[in-house]
Design a protein around this ligand. Structure first.
Ligand code: IMP
Length: 427
């Protein structure tokens, strides 16, 4: 299976980093294809904990070429910091390649993200305030500044002047905020240009060549299916497409090149930011999941909202991504609960008419106002972090996994039972 896409099946934070880290060991290339430093991946290895926002998760392996594809929006400041951080811990970063077609996050994007959230007030999206939405807006508006612009200072200055005159008008006249100084931005980005130029490459061509050589290439999704700008819980979504189809667009490969799509699914559900979440728990079980699962955002430190697993959403993720396998994460967090609930469908009542939804509702009002219908399963008390074989899991845990597999119609390929690299049950 040379080309494998890994995506999140929920609202992000499913534990994709550790799944990719495991798969990266057998790969020659790991490619990020969308999102920016709104993402946060944590990897734990024998040398400790690593948190990445932009660098692909394969960066810790010297045999892996790590690619930031054209679909990513890049904060050069964060990227330089991550590179420096890794070098400081003794990891060479020579195997990093950045697409010249990727767009850059500019200082005014970050200011606009914050200003827009403030203006929306109660209706805010709850963004990470990293400038992601405004950067993708400029990409679509053809006002964006791309990585390749860094290598031509004259072009960079021209593009910056045009963009900044528009953005400063917006910041000053619409949002009543100070604008940015074009000279300062130019100086700052000229410095980033010098730092990043050794890594800039034609990444679509690199991927094509790797695939032609029969090498294993992993495409690493950020965020999750329900945050997809087209198919997620709009407007409470991110500004890119975290679903598998974007691996082709955001990396520059055709759909016929993809062999496998693995969906990462946490054994329960979490969400950060605003927006509907039918299985959200507001009781002591929710608090238990937050504490035991360490459910605080890698990027913003915000406490994640927690709830039961939602099979309606999982089936939706299977459909949208064309999943060929599932990676279940954080199963160990459920140990110690007397009962586990899992949402099998939604009930929705309108004008005295009751409807059931086994599939994701086509209208967002239904999703907002639906009631989850739960199946209740017995929990297990055993600590499962030491388990490495499926047969050694408590029967209650195996029943839970069987139900997920059956309802999703996709085989489970791996189960994580702890944060460490080896704390995985291979199936
Ligand atoms: P943005 O991507 O910063 O524009 O934020 C839009 C929405 O996506 C907010 O609800 C964020 O909390 C959410 N979001 C963005 N990136 C992630 C992620 O990596 N994990 C979980 N939620 C995310």
């Amino acid at each position: 299976m040379p080309a494998t896409v890994v995506v999140g099946t929920q609202w992000g934070d499913e534990g994709k980093g550790r799944v990719i880290d495991n798969l990266a060991e057998q790969s020659r290339m790991v490619v990020r294809f969308q999102g920016g430093n709104n993402a946060g991946h944590t990897i734990v290895n024998e040398e400790g904990e690593f948190k990445f926002h932009l660098l692909p998760s394969g960066i810790l392996y010297s045999h892996v070429t790590s690619v930031i594809g054209n679909g990513v929006v890049i904060s050069p400041r964060v990227l330089c910091e991550e590179i420096d951080g890794l070098k400081g811990r003794g990891y060479p970063v020579d195997n990093l390649r950045i697409s010249g077609n990727a767009h850059l996050i500019m200082p005014y994007h970050i200011l606009l993200d914050a200003a827009s959230e403030t203006m929306l007030g109660r209706r805010k999206i709850g963004t990470t305030k990293r400038g992601i939405g405004p950067a993708y807006t400029d990409k679509a508006a053809r006002l964006g500044i791309r990585v390749q612009d860094l290598s031509d200072k004259k072009i960079l200055r021209q593009k910056l002047d045009t963009a900044i005159s528009v953005k400063n008008d917006l910041l000053e006249k619409v949002y009543n905020n100070p604008g940015v100084d074009p000279f300062e931005v130019m100086e700052q980005y000229a410095e980033y240009a010098d730092r990043l130029s050794p890594y800039i490459d034609d990444t679509s061509l690199l991927i094509d060549r790797a695939l032609k050589r029969g090498e294993q290439v992993l495409f690493e999704g950020a965020q999750g299916t329900l945050l997809d700008i087209d198919h997620g819980t709009y407007p409470f979504v991110t500004s890119s497409n975290p679903i598998a189809g974007e691996a082709c667009v955001g990396a520059g490969v055709g759909p016929t090149r993809i062999d496998e799509v693995i969906g990462v699914c946490k054994a329960y559900t979490t969400r950060v930011g605003e927006g509907p979440f039918p299985t959200e728990l507001f009781n002591e079980v929710g608090d238990y999941l937050v504490k035991k699962g360490g459910e605080f955002g890698t990027t913003t430190g915000r406490q994640r909202r927690c709830g039961w697993l939602d099979l309606v959403l999982l089936r939706y993720a299977v459909r949208l991504n064309g999943l060929t396998g599932l990676a279940i994460t954080k199963l160990d967090v459920l140990s110690g609960l007397d009962q586990i609930q899992v949402c099998s469908m939604y009930e929705h009542e309108y004008d005295d008419q009751k409807d059931n939804y086994v599939d994701f509702p086509p209208h967002q009002s239904i999703f907002y106002h639906c009631t989850p219908v739960y199946e209740t399963l017995p929990g297990w008390q055993e600590d499962i972090t030491g388990v490495r074989k499926l047969a050694d899991l408590p029967s209650e845990a195996r029943n839970y996994l069987e139900l997920i597999e059956e309802e999703a119609g996709v085989p489970i390929k791996s189960i994580s039972v702890g944060p460490g690299r080896d704390e995985t049950v291979e199936v």
